[in-house]
Design a protein around this ligand. Structure first.
Ligand code: G6P
Length: 369
């Protein structure tokens, strides 16, 4: 088993550290930065269907649902197609309104999640076109989809999803870029700029991973907290949700993710000295707003821990602790910002002596309802 873990103590840590490779593998053969092109047969073969989608509905569970949420922001921005993101378990029991021209993007690491599988069956019966974004080749969801793109992240053993998430994002970004460019909702310049940004992600993720010992120190410092709040907005709002989910799963510490501006409608009541508030605060259009949200937390004596873009003196000054990531286009930033949060959850679980690869009560793949 030590060999399978490639020298790492746990599969989760191995999988976190594999991400420069898995993201590269996901882009390889598809994204060509020097030519400025993206090829994906599942998209190219169905380009009319996809570019003319009246609406895209992302259907998923757990971490895959968070990938769908990032994709919502990205698709609406780049393709100007209305997007909805649905928990598969809710969608399947509603009487959802499906019309011709609706495209379902089903996102699943395992391709076997029962709720997701039934949800897409139901949408398929009603005439939706199903596009699968699945990691496991030959899985049920891959088989029932009309078309799709595999994430090529390799087997994920740790129950809490890490490398599958960043590979899902890579695939979803590529699809959004292709559709946006084909529709003309983004021009050549932005298309090639974002292709380059994606191309640089594996190297930037490797840079983030170099700071793992610093994140381990933070884990020691905060491991006895009983609650955490995670805040982010825009493209980083789903990253806040995912950071909170990772912490819950691995360390059994109660954590909530919230859109930063929504904190004044509830979570701010919880702020006191013992509450760490993790900001996903990489530089983007909302940066100044997050700065003032962080100041409000400090004014109430909460602890501010922030994921920041390197060289951010303003946030460094406000925060009690920071974890930095290289600069990137704000659209792509979730792929970097999530990495320190995966590590933080891992090291807190480790510091608490928990079984990080197999957290209690959780299953890698939920194949029953
Ligand atoms: C379980 C796993 C999660 C995963 C979710 C959805 O809850 O523990 O890590 O995100 O299922 O799984 P899927 O295979 O459909 O992505």
């Amino acid at each position: 088993a030590a060999i399978e873990k490639g020298g790492f103590d746990h599969f989760m840590l191995k999988e976190i550290f594999e991400q420069p490779t898995t993201i590269f593998d996901c882009l390889r053969g598809r994204l060509d930065a020097s030519a400025g092109t993206i090829r994906m047969s599942g998209v190219d073969d169905n380009l009319d269907m996809l570019t003319n989608a009246r609406r895209i509905i992302m259907v998923a569970c757990g971490t895959s649902w968070h990938a769908g949420l990032v994709a919502e922001y990205v698709f609406e921005e780049l393709c100007r197609i209305p997007v909805e993101v649905e928990y598969a378990s809710e969608f399947r029991y509603r009487n959802p309104v499906i019309q011709t021209g609706d495209v379902i993007i089903a996102i699943s690491q395992s391709g076997e999640t029962a709720d997701t599988l039934v949800a897409i069956d139901k949408a398929k019966e009603q005439g939706a076109f199903i596009f699968g974004v699945v990691n496991v080749v030959g899985s049920s969801i891959a088989r029932v989809s009309h078309a799709g793109a595999h994430t090529h992240a390799g087997p994920e053993i740790g129950v809490a999803s890490t490398k599958a998430f960043t590979a899902q994002l890579a695939v979803l970004y590529m699809i959004a870029l292709k559709l946006g460019y084909a529709k003309g909702t983004i021009g050549m310049e932005r298309y090639t700029h974002l292709i380059n940004e994606l191309h640089m992600v594996p190297e930037k993720v490797a840079t983030v991973l170099e700071s793992s010992s610093r994140i381990k120190e933070l884990a020691e410092k905060y491991k006895d907290s009983t609650d955490f709040l995670y805040l982010g907005r825009g493209f980083n709002f789903p990253v806040a949700l995912e950071g909170a989910l990772k912490l819950k799963e691995i360390s059994y510490i109660h954590a909530e993710g919230y859109p930063a501006a929504e904190m004044k409608h509830g979570p701010i009541a919880l702020v006191e000295e013992t509450l760490p508030v993790v900001f996903v605060a990489t530089k983007d259009a909302y940066h100044e707003k997050l700065v003032s949200n962080a100041q409000e937390i400090k004014a109430r004596r909460g602890k501010v821990v922030a994921v920041i873009t390197e060289d951010d003196p303003v946030f460094t000054e406000i925060a009690d602790d920071t974890m930095s990531v290289p600069a990137a286009d704000e659209l792509i930033a979730p792929m970097l910002g999530v990495i320190p949060l995966q590590l933080l959850a891992y090291y807190i679980g480790l510091a608490k002596g928990l079984d990080v690869d197999k957290p209690r009560n959780l299953a890698k793949s939920v194949t029953v309802e």
